[in-house]
Design a binder for this molecule. Structure first.
Ligand SMILES: O=P(O)(O)OC[C@H]1O[C@H](O)[C@H](O)[C@@H](O)[C@@H]1O
Length: 300
């Protein structure tokens, strides 16, 4: 079973109407309810599990086989920090950094005039690392999520990161991603060879059909995920991130993942990142912000 709420995580001075500690999909979670949307954030990993604008289905996909702590959660928005993949790290370290499997805490919760709720969460500090991470979430008619990294040391520190969002789609083979045309990408399925995106992203691109693991570089930060079968489009705006990763393992890849399996058609990951050569070099005392803003709309 998932971790239970053993310690107080929403101190009384930050609890407010519309925010409570409960359970979501078996995880101890902060449950948020606003006039415009609901959301759930697991304390395990500071992991956004659900974001549902009023009158819509969930914008996020969560694996029906998502595993309990200490495993990483498959779905939602894994927080990848302070390195993406195993960038610059030995094989013995976990993929995608440490914080997605740590228990986070709530720093504050506030309500804005329009009823939107703003949460700040943080993981415990990592021994030997002079970077601090906090995450800001604003739940309203859009979802705004920011990773705030501060260098409290005396030397420049380089790090990579991502918000590895699993967007729920009706069928990944029938959606398109706009905003990538003409961008250069490194293809992990092709030994990181560089290619140029032609047209919209689609899963069944002739060069590598049925799967995607592409690292788009110098990416402009404005994307649209069109899902005609769901009559929905998702606008994704990224600020402070130069890299976008587009990932779906495809049928064969998913068959090797026991928390995906036959469910692979139900999501597409668009990962707002700074990764590869586009890592962040943070000066002592400086702060970096990586923000994604997600808006879900009916197709025009
Ligand atoms: O299985 P995970 O460690 O969560 O990683 C899931 C995926 O994350 C990113 O999209 C990487 O580019 C992929 O290569 C990786 O397979």
């Amino acid at each position: 079973m998932a971790e239970s709420a053993r310690t107080p995580v929403v101190p009384s001075d930050v609890s407010l109407p519309g925010v409570r500690l409960g359970e979501y999909a078996g995880y101890a979670a902060v449950l948020v309810e606003t006039p415009a949307a609901t959301a759930a954030v697991a304390l395990h990993g500071g992991h956004l599990l659900s974001y549902v604008p009023v009158g819509q289905t969930d914008v996020l996909w969560l694996s029906p086989g998502a595993k309990p702590p200490p495993h990483a959660i498959r779905g939602g928005v894994p927080v990848i920090w302070p390195y993406f993949g195993r960038q610059g790290q030995p094989e013995t370290l976990p993929s995608h950094g440490f914080v997605r499997t740590l228990r986070w805490h709530v720093v504050s919760a506030t309500r804005e005039d329009d009823g939107a709720i703003r949460l700040v969460l943080a993981p415990p500090p990592l021994a030997g690392l002079e970077l601090d991470l906090t995450m800001e979430l604003r739940v309203g008619d859009t979802l705004e999520q920011t990773l705030v990294t501060r260098n409290r040391g005396t030397h420049e520190i380089a790090f990579s990161q991502a918000m590895h969002t699993y967007f729920r789609v009706s069928d990944v083979s029938r959606v398109q991603v706009q905003g990538l045309e003409g961008l250069r990408y490194l293809d992990k399925n092709d030994g990181y060879a560089a290619h140029v995106q032609r047209g919209d992203w689609v899963l069944d691109e002739p060069r590598d059909p049925g799967r995607s693991d592409r690292i788009y570089t110098d990416a402009p930060g404005r994307y649209r995920l069109r899902d005609p079968d769901a009559d929905r489009m998702i606008d994704l705006q990224v600020d402070g991130g130069r890299t976008l990763v587009v990932w779906n393992p495809g049928e064969a890849g998913a068959a090797r993942m026991d928390d995906v399996g036959g469910a692979w058609r139900g999501f597409l990951c668009l990962e707002a990142a700074n990764a590869g050569a586009e890592l962040v070099e943070l000066a002592p005392g400086a702060t970096h912000r990586l923000t994604q803003t997600i808006r879900s709309l009916p197709l025009p």
